[in-house]
Write a protein that binds this ligand. Sequence first.
Ligand SMILES: [Zn+2]
Length: 194
Amino acid sequence: MKIVGSDPAEVERALLAGEVACPGCGVGLRPWGSARWRVVRGSGVVERRRPRRGRCSGCEATHVLISDDCLVRRRDLVEVIGAALVAKAAGIGHRRAAIAAGVPASTARGWFRRFAVNAEAVRVWFTVLAHDLDPMLAPLGPTATTLGDAVEAVAVAARAASLRLAPVAPWRFASAASRGCLLSNPGWPWAVGG
Ligand SMILES: [Zn+2]
């Protein structure tokens, strides 16, 4: 898996130009057909997509190119999952968060459990990133929970990226910066899917 931008025309251009780096070795990927159709769910929308696949001209590995509005192995858009995580961090229960996200309660509970396992690693990763992006940034204060601290670190890093680089939607930024592995199992962020 390789996380790319969500403009298919730009992805195609970058792929043809050899600008999409192999996550394994860094050499440029070349177009290599398409992956299977997949269903992507947004708020009130269900969309079928067929992601592009690239093959590395260095190590010959193939990688599915996943748009940064998604996470690896999750059907729901990252902004939907992110909004639920923000709600959870604010103390809202998983049932209410699930209703707001338009997903079954078990799905939201699954997100929260997985994110809670990764929370400390996510907090550290995004805190370091935030300070890299903005060296003048004040230290991040703790929130009420580890999950809340991780959500806060993502938000602060996304804000720093928006100010330093270009305006970016916080959870798309989180997907790109975690290589889509925000909710991956096990060992985020090192278990980067191939
Ligand atoms: Zn490679």
